[in-house]
Design a protein around this ligand. Structure first.
Ligand code: HEC
Ligand code: HEC
Length: 190
């Protein structure tokens, strides 16, 4: 009974920190090997996850667990976790500060990326740093190579990515604007 209650509370993400800190921190250690200490990645194709919105983190991990979302390696990795563990991990990383890794890029490319991302502002904010809701990830200071690869996935029909609006927006970019958009966001400190 008690464990059922704890499970339900953990699934709702409303257990007080001390009770969850131990096991969740242990799980997170395995993530940090790839995603960096506190979820700040050293790149270039590995995303930072510390400080991403909780609902986004949860969506992505649950979609991997249930095979609703394409992944090269993460899907297999997440099969072994319970839903409650994934929710706890989402809560854990969402509480960390977002630490942008500002990447320098050619001024012309950054200007091109800024022009190409006007339509993206409603959801991501002008610099990628003001997401409109809790399901929208931060893009400022995220790794450029990673974002470019994600944009290519959203653009490719045969790659399973469930977010329809993000797909539609990514498809509207001209080919040369894909890396430019990624480099624009990567260069933004906030
Ligand atoms: C072996 C390296 C590796 C490990 C270990 C790993 N990840 Fe990942 N993770 C990746 C890669 C690579 C991606 C980029 C997506 C892809 O290619 O699958 C990713 C993407 C993600 C994303 C999507 C980020 C975004 O911006 O949308 C989340 C969330 C995530 N991982 C969470 C975790 C958590 C939580 C753990 C630990 C339980 C973990 N990962 C362990 C390599 C790893
Ligand atoms: C309708 C709102 C909306 C618009 C408009 C939009 N996005 Fe997104 N974007 C999202 C959401 C929500 C996600 C997470 C989707 C998912 O779960 O796959 C996302 C994900 C992303 C990612 C992956 C980030 C990560 O951490 O995995 C990138 C890169 C991105 N968007 C860039 C863009 C660009 C460039 C444009 C404009 C061409 C754009 N977005 C327009 C809502 C939007």
């Amino acid at each position: 009974m008690r464990s059922k209650l704890l499970f339900a509370l953990a699934a709702l993400g409303c257990l007080a920190q001390p009770a969850l800190a131990g096991p969740t921190e242990d799980l997170a250690r395995t993530c940090n090997a790839c995603h960096g200490v506190n979820g700040v990645s050293v790149g270039p194709s590995m995303p930072s996850i510390g400080g991403l919105p909780e609902a986004h983190l949860k969506n992505v991990m649950l979609q991997w667990k249930t095979d609703e979302r394409y992944s090269a390696t993460m899907g297999r990795h997440f099969k072994g976790y319970t839903e409650a563990e994934l929710s706890a991990l989402a809560t854990y990383y969402a509480k960390m500060p977002w630490v942008p890794v500002v990447q320098k890029a050619d001024d012309k490319v950054v200007a091109q990326g800024k022009g190409a991302t006007e339509r993206c502002e409603t959801c991501h904010g002008a610099t990628g740093g003001q997401p409109d809701d809790d399901e929208t990830p931060r893009l400022n200071g995220q790794w450029a190579k990673y974002m470019e690869m994600e944009l290519m996935k959203y653009r490719t029909e045969s790659v399973k990515m469930p977010h329809k609006k993000m797909r539609g927006n990514a498809k509207k970019l001209a080919d040369e604007d894909v890396p430019a958009s990624a480099q624009f966001y990567a260069a933004q400190p906030k």
